[in-house]
Write a protein that binds this ligand. Structure first.
Ligand code: SF4
Length: 331
């Protein structure tokens, strides 16, 4: 076996730098995230940047259906914590400001919400999901201050490093804004986790894998990978129904994720390997509903290749791109 002993030990046998393992090591306990859906909107929906939002966006896909919008942080945490305690007997939590753009509001509103979460029993940290164009300096001041007292991750959506894809999905920002914002966050010592979607139509595997060089160079702290999936009541659903593009098969996605991990710096913490969605709102692909099945297939592929995260790092650009087929636009 070529898997380096040092990494095997550090990652407790996992072949990638997993967020769950990091949480266990950091808190000496199992820690679970509780997704929150609060009274936020998004500048890409309300007309500030654009209207309609990203073509794949339906925020019901983010939070379990038993969470009721318009309930307080405390009520949502109570419900989430009770469910986790019943299922896993865990009592440490990360409050995850998940749906919509969770820095899109006045600093006083944000501070009140974040501090309410931190006051909840068992909450040991915060994750705040947002867009690169929604982090003015006063918001960063607040997040920096909080990060000195709690375990804080800032989650920044990039989704694709190809500006043509960002335009196609009506993302409302480009790669430049993302790079600039990451620089400002890193200067303040904030932990930044990037969201990426793999499998956009028209992106070659070489283009997708080139994203690893960008993330390595930016010294991103964390990464969430997601397959492109189609959710009901989105623009993407209409395009898909019209036959505008095809989606990756599970086999293709798994191969691409492992190719991606092999080129990713081992220091980058992997928060997620595939998307999480619910049957009731998913149009396609069917395979992505079985998250555990996709995870198992990724672990198996890593084993079969006897490979690991960072295997080709830091020479990731010199590795010939494997011919991983991905979804493509139809003629
Ligand atoms: S930035 Fe996020 S919340 Fe806003 S439209 Fe896009 S996916 Fe939806």
């Amino acid at each position: 076996m070529n898997f380096p002993v040092t990494l095997h030990k550090r990652w407790h046998g996992r072949r990638y730098n997993s967020y769950n393992r990091l949480l266990k090591d950091t808190f000496a306990a199992r820690v679970y995230k509780i997704g929150l859906r609060l009274d936020f909107t998004c500048p890409n929906r309300d007309g500030t940047v654009a209207v309609g939002g990203c073509i794949y966006c339906n925020n019901s896909s983010h939070t379990p259906q038993n969470y009721q919008p318009r309930t307080s942080v405390t009520e949502q945490l109570e419900r989430g914590a009770a469910a986790i305690q019943r299922r896993h007997r865990a009592d440490k939590f990360i409050a995850y400001f998940q749906s919509y753009t969770n820095t899109y509001g006045s600093v006083s509103k944000l501070e009140k919400l974040y501090r309410e979460a931190l006051d909840f029993r068992g909450v040991v940290g915060l994750s705040v999901a947002t867009r690169p164009d929604c982090l003015p300096e006063d918001t960063l001041d607040l997040l920096t201050d909080l990060s000195h007292h709690t375990y804080l991750w800032l989650e920044l959506g990039l989704e694709s490093m190809q500006d043509r894809t960002l335009r196609w999905v009506n993302r409302g920002h480009g790669l430049k804004e993302f790079v600039e914002t990451v620089g400002r966050c890193k200067k303040r010592g904030l932990r930044v986790c990037t969201h990426l979607i793999l499998g956009f139509p028209g992106e070659s595997s070489a283009e997708i894998l080139a994203t690893t060089s960008l993330l390595n160079r930016l010294e991103i702290d964390g990464l969430k990978l997601h397959n492109l999936h189609v959710i009901k009541n989105t623009v993407l659903e209409k395009l898909y129904a019209a036959g505008g593009f095809t989606l990756s098969s599970q086999k293709e996605y798994v191969a691409l994720v492992v190719d991606f991990l092999e080129r990713l710096a081992p220091e980058i913490v992997v928060h997620r390997l595939t998307g999480e969605t619910y049957r009731a709102i998913t149009v396609a692909p069917e395979w992505s509903i079985n998250k555990i099945g996709v995870h198992n297939a990724i672990y198996k592929e890593l084993e079969e290749r006897d490979s690991w995260q960072g295997r080709f790092y830091p020479n990731e650009t010199e590795v010939p791109s494997p011919n991983t087929p991905v979804a493509r636009e139809e003629d």
